[in-house]
Each structure stands twice: as C-alpha cells, then as structure tokens.
Design a protein around this ligand. Structure first.
Ligand SMILES: [Zn+2]
Length: 251
C-alpha cells in the first residue's frame, strides 16, 4: 500500500469513527457528519428564522399548556445541553417539529386533533424524539455524502456557513416558506414513535392516549391533513405503538 493510500485509509477511518453516533433508547448506529455544536447552532439559527416568519402566540391558555407539557417531557429527555423552548405558532396545519437544541414549535392546527394533555404530549414527545435521535443531522449527513465527500469534509473540518443552511432546512424539513414539512424516512418515524412513547412513560403521561391521538390523526386523513403527507403509514404505526405499549405495560 502506498503511503498516500495508507494516509487516506487512516483519515477515512478517523473520520468514520469520529462520526458514528448512537441513538438514545434504541441504540442504533448512525453516521453523522455534523458535530453536536454545529447542529445546535444551525438549530438556533433556523429557529430564529422560523419565528421571524411566523405569528407566535404567547400568554394564552393554549400557549402556556404547550410550555407546561413540553417542559415536563424535556425533564426526562436528559439533555442539559439543550436550551429548551416551546412555541405555539398560528398555522392551521396539523403539525409540529423540534429543532436541534430543543426548539419545539407546535402549530395551532394540531390543537383540534390533540384533544387533551396526554395527546399533546404524544405529538410533542414524538417531535422531541426526532431531535434526540438526531434524525435531521442524520438526514443532512446522508445528503452531504450524496453531494460528495469534499463537502462533507468541509463540514467536519468546521467550515460551517450559510451555504449549509439550505441543506439543513431541507434535511430538517423546514420548508417554512411553503409551510410544508418534508417527510422523515419510515425508519426514523418508527424510531421517533418508539422513543416518544418512552418519554411519555417517563414523564408520567397516559400511553393509551397516544393510540387515540394517532387514530384522531388517521380519521382526519380524508380531510387532507398535512401531517400525513409527512408522517405516512398510519395503520402500521398505530399497530406498532399498540404493541410497544402492551410490552411496556407487561414489564
Ligand atoms: Zn415524525
């Protein structure tokens, strides 16, 4: 092996080992090309931009409720490095998301589907789970790999800049100018459901309401609920959640 090849090999090995990450609870190996610091700063930036473009609701009963439930779930999420915020935004779409660093945004549209605290906890836990498992960063890494190792290398070496904002926004499903969130993969959706249920359990919410929440969402499917274009496959997901809850209740 030539020295150059050897160096390249060692470098890629270092790159690979420094970029592997494990999901909490589910312990799945991930390849993530962003550091936590880069991820958090992109999250902060994107959150500010999102709020600047949104009608933020404060001081109402609903806004306070979102904060209260979010804070209760955040307490069991074990991420003291996150600077949690829970914001209600006027938007008729039935959707919510959580950016890296714990920036949770809930659309008012979801309030008509999440009928009580436990159901609101279901959607908030699910979105927090995506952030804990770094699904956006994982997706961003995949798209960076697709764009070429050189770009990925730049990110790893820390030359993060505005040119990555677009990749970030796409990866994290922030097409806020369209008000439409991009879908996560099915595997990431299942994982967020699973981690979300663990969070709900630890925070002391009623797990059976999770099933009711997803059923409510499913019933609204014919009305063209946006959430379902981003969170597909409702029958299977409800069955999976039911099975997990049954397992947890028997242990
Ligand atoms: Zn999701």
């Amino acid at each position: 092996m030539k020295l150059k090849h050897l160096l390249l090999f060692v470098l890629s090995l270092v790159l690979f080992t420094s970029c592997t990450s494990k999901t909490p609870y589910t312990n799945r190996n991930q390849l993530i090309l962003l550091s936590q610091t880069q991820e958090l700063s992109l999250g902060e930036q994107s959150y500010k931009e999102t709020l600047a473009q949104s009608k933020v609701i404060t001081q109402t009963k609903e806004a306070n409720k979102i904060k209260e439930i979010g804070t209760r779930i955040a307490k069991v999420a074990k991420r003291p490095d996150f600077n949690w915020e829970f914001t209600l935004v006027q938007n008729d779409e039935k959707n919510a998301f959580c950016l890296p660093g714990g920036k949770v945004v809930v659309y008012t549209g979801i309030l008509s589907v999440a009928k009580n605290d436990d159901q609101l906890a279901t959607v908030i836990s699910h979105e927090i789970a995506h952030a804990l498992a770094r699904h956006g960063a994982e997706r961003m890494s995949t798209s960076m790999i697709a764009q070429g190792v050189q770009t990925a290398g730049n990110i790893v070496l820390g030359s993060q800049g505005s040119q990555y904002t677009q990749t970030f926004n796409i990866a994290f499903g922030l097409g806020s100018q369209y008000g439409v969130l991009m879908p996560y993969g099915r595997m990431q959706e299942n994982e967020a459901d699973e981690i979300g249920i663990y969070l709900m359990k630890e925070a002391g919410y009623n797990l059976n309401e999770a099933i009711k929440f997803w059923e409510n969402m499913s019933n609204g499917k014919s009305e063209g609920i946006e959430f379902f274009s981003t969170h597909p496959n409702s029958d299977t997901r409800i069955e999976n959640i039911k099975a997990l809850i049954k397992k947890l209740q028997n242990t």
